[in-house]
Design a protein around this ligand. Sequence first.
Ligand SMILES: NC(=O)c1ccc[n+]([C@@H]2O[C@H](COP(=O)([O-])OP(=O)(O)OC[C@H]3O[C@@H](n4cnc5c(N)ncnc54)[C@H](OP(=O)(O)O)[C@@H]3O)[C@@H](O)[C@H]2O)c1
Length: 319
Amino acid sequence: MKILVTGAAGFLGRHVCRRGVAAGHAILGTYRTDRADVSGVDWVPADVTDAAAIDALIEATRPDAIVHTAIGLAGSLMPLAAERNWITNAVAPVHIARASVRHNIRLVHISSDAVHRGRDEPYGDAAAPDPIYSYGAAKAAAELAVATVAPEAVIVRVPPIMSGGGDDLADRERFMLDLASGRADGVLFTDEIRCPIAADDLADACLDLAANDVSGLLNVAGSDVMSWYDMGRLVVAKQGGDPDALPTGTHASTRAERPGRVVLDTARARTVLRVHLRGLREAYAESGHGAESGHGAESSQSPESGRGAPVPIDGHRDR
Ligand SMILES: NC(=O)c1ccc[n+]([C@@H]2O[C@H](COP(=O)([O-])OP(=O)(O)OC[C@H]3O[C@@H](n4cnc5c(N)ncnc54)[C@H](OP(=O)(O)O)[C@@H]3O)[C@@H](O)[C@H]2O)c1
């Protein structure tokens, strides 16, 4: 297949490109500022906020499928971020969806678990969004727009994405390493719960979805239900650091408006996808890591340090 990946130089985009090239697909990767060091990709500059340019690109290249990962995260936890990122995160997906319909091209749109405010019970695929901050609100608006304009598209709600033990680390993993070594100030919450996914698993799921006709909202997440702190322990142990050096804190003790427990029910994904959606522990264990596999599933008993900032949703600090 010929697959157009937007945001191809970003974290998920790079993984989709690598796995796509390895699977024998022709990958067109769009970049805004810089290309990524991924071989076998046909790189094209594109700004997804430019509707005419996106339409022209799609018309000229005629991909079989589009995987839309591009996202603007500048200051996404800050009050003005909604305005700053709205065009990229809520409006640009409409341009992509319109072009996909006009040219009859399969669309895999990437959304986020940030559309949810958090609750005890798992969220089904079609759970109505109830975001509590600007990034989640923009992602929710994009979902609605894409579903309206391109009802045959699949809209993939994804949890925090981690390397899963691979060499290409997420920004949040580097931050976790810096926290453990004292190079960064902050804490990892023990009571903020997600079901993180290994980037390669999500990339393979995107490629599966590019080739099938699943439509509508679909949760795609890992099978482990974990706190940020437990994720941090895996990352730090994998890199040979001391997980016990990680500073901890609690969501409950902060005044920040952040989702607490967000668990995605992936029953449908597990029936429609060929990829096995691993838990993060399994992914790290398979990558050669062994020291941290037995740590508690959802929370730790560590005291709250009260220092600095937590890891924001989607792993990006103040960008
Ligand atoms: N990472 C996570 O844990 C996570 C969790 C849930 C959902 N998601 C979703 O997964 C998708 C990918 O996230 P990611 O973490 O891979 O993001 P990322 O690493 O920040 O990459 C996003 C890419 O989009 C590009 N981009 C930004 N504005 C653009 C524009 N106007 N036109 C074209 N490209 C533009 C960026 O290019 P520049 O760097 O040049 O600006 C960057 O390469 C997003 O839809 C996100 O909402 C991610």
